[in-house]
Design a binder for this molecule. Structure first.
Ligand SMILES: [Zn+2]
Length: 373
C-alpha cells in the first residue's frame, strides 16, 4: 500500500460501512492496522464479538516514560431517515467540505491520527513512543472500549488525545453519563374494569414527574456547568382496552466532574421508590484534567499556535471512550482534540473541513514531537 495523504486516507476510511448497529468494524480495522504495520507499528486486534474489531498499535517506548495515546472510534451512526443529497460513503467534496457519514465523527480524526503516526514511525525508538487505540462500538455506549479496558492490550499511557470532533480546539474534558431503564409492573385487567388491575403506566408517569422535579443538589462544575437529565423514552401497555401490566422509562443523565455516580444512583432509587426496577446500561464518569496541568498547558500552547489564539479551558457535553480507557490509563491527563465539526456529528449530509483535517495532522505531529523529545 502506498502512503496516502490525510484527505485520501479519510476517503478510504469513509468507504468502509461501519454503521453501528450492526458495526462491522473488522475490515476498516484491518485496513488501518495494515497501514500501521507497514509503517513499523506493532499492531494488535481485539474483537469483543464477531467482526467488532478494535486496533491497538504502538511504536517506540522506553523505561523513562509512558507513551502518548491517541484514540478514536471506527464505527459511525446510521444515516438517519432524511434523504442525503451527497453519497455518504464516496467522499464527495465541495470547496473545503468533504462529505460523508463519519467524516466529522470521526474518520477524519482517525485519518489524522494515522498520518501523524506515519510521520514519526521511524523516529520513535528510544523515546516514550505512542500508542494508538482505534475502537469499535463507541456509538451508543462505548462498548468496544469497555471490553478493551479488560484486556492487557492497552498497556500504559502517560497522556491521551481523543480525536473526537472539536474543530481542533483542545477541550480539557467532557461530561459523564449515567443511563438507565426504570421498569414498573402492574396487573393486567380488562379496560372496562380498571379497578381490577394495577396500572403500570400510572406508576411510570408518577416516576417521570418525580424525575422532572429531581434536584442535583446544586452540583456544578466551574467549566462543565450543571448536570442534566432527560427522560428519553416511555413505553407501556399493549392495547388501549387493557390495563397495562408493564411500563418502562429510559433516562439519560449527564454528570459533571466530581459527582459520585453510585451515590447519585442511590438518591434516584429512593426518589423512584422500591417498585422501580432499575437497569443501568451506561455508567461513565466525567473526564476532566485541570487546565493548569503541565501537559495540558503544552497542548494549549501547541494548538494555540495553529489556531491563532491561546485556547480557554472548555468542556464538551458529549461522551467519549476516554472514560473507559482511563480505567487503565489511570490519571493520564486527557484532551479532546480532533478535526471534525462537533455540530456535524450525526447530521444528514455530514461533512468535515479539509483544511481542519490537514491542520489536525500538524497539531498531532507537534504533540508527538513534544512528547517524544
Ligand atoms: Zn464520535
Amino acid at each position: 500500500m502506498s502512503a496516502p495523504d490525510s484527505i485520501a486516507l479519510t476517503k478510504a476510511l469513509l468507504a468502509f460501512d461501519t454503521i453501528n448497529p450492526p458495526g462491522r468494524e473488522r475490515d476498516c480495522a484491518r485496513y488501518a492496522g495494515g497501514l500501521l504495520q507497514e509503517w513499523g507499528f506493532k499492531v494488535d486486534y481485539f474483537e469483543f464479538a464477531d467482526g467488532r474489531t478494535s486496533v491497538v498499535a504502538r511504536a517506540g517506548g522506553n523505561d523513562a516514560g509512558a507513551p502518548l495515546c491517541f484514540t478514536g472510534h471506527l464505527d459511525i451512526v446510521p444515516l438517519g431517515t432524511r434523504k442525503w443529497t451527497r453519497d455518504p460513503f464516496r467522499g464527495e467534496t465541495d470547496g473545503d467540505r468533504l462529505f460523508g457519514r463519519g467524516t466529522s465523527d470521526m474518520k477524519a480524526g482517525i485519518a489524522a491520527i494515522l498520518m501523524a503516526a506515519r510521520s514519526f514511525s521511524k523516529k520513535l525508538s528510544g523515546t516514550p513512543g505512542i500508542v494508538l487505540v482505534l475502537t469499535a462500538a463507541e456509538e451508543g455506549g462505548c462498548i468496544g472500549s469497555q471490553h478493551l479496558a479488560r484486556t492487557q492490550l492497552l498497556g500504559k499511557a502517560g497522556a491521551m488525545v481523543v480525536g473526537e470532533p472539536t474543530s481542533n480546539y483542545p477541550y480539557a474534558g467532557h461530561k459523564g453519563s449515567l443511563k438507565f431503564y426504570a421498569r414498573f409492573r402492574g396487573v393486567s385487567a380488562h379496560g372496562s374494569l380498571p379497578h381490577l388491575g394495577v396500572n403500570a403506566v400510572y406508576k411510570a408517569a408518577h416516576a417521570v414527574t418525580k424525575l422532572e422535579g429531581f434536584s442535583f443538589e446544586g452540583k456544578k462544575h466551574p467549566i462543565m456547568g450543571e448536570p442534566t437529565m432527560n427522560v428519553g423514552t416511555f413505553e407501556g401497555g399493549q392495547g388501549v382496552n387493557m390495563v397495562p401490566d408493564e411500563a418502562t422509562i429510559g433516562v439519560d443523565i449527564r454528570t459533571v466532574a466530581g459527582m459520585d455516580h453510585a451515590a447519585l444512583l442511590q438518591r434516584l432509587k429512593s426518589a423512584l421508590g422500591s417498585e422501580a426496577e432499575l437497569e443501568v446500561f451506561s455508567d461513565m464518569n466525567a473526564v476532566w484534567t485541570e487546565p493548569q496541568d503541565e501537559w495540558v498547558q503544552r497542548v494549549f500552547e501547541i494548538a494555540g499556535r495553529h489556531l491563532g489564539a491561546r485556547p480557554e479551558p472548555k468542556a464538551q457535553t458529549y461522551n467519549t471512550d476516554a472514560g473507559n480507557l482511563l480505567r487503565v490509563y489511570k490519571g493520564a491527563p486527557t484532551v479532546i482534540l480532533g478535526p471534525g465539526e462537533a455540530a456535524q456529528a450525526h447530521q444528514t449530509d455530514e461533512y468535515a473541513s479539509m483544511e481542519r483535517i490537514r491542520q489536525s495532522v500538524a497539531i498531532y505531529e507537534d504533540l508527538i514531537a513534544d512528547w517524544c523529545r
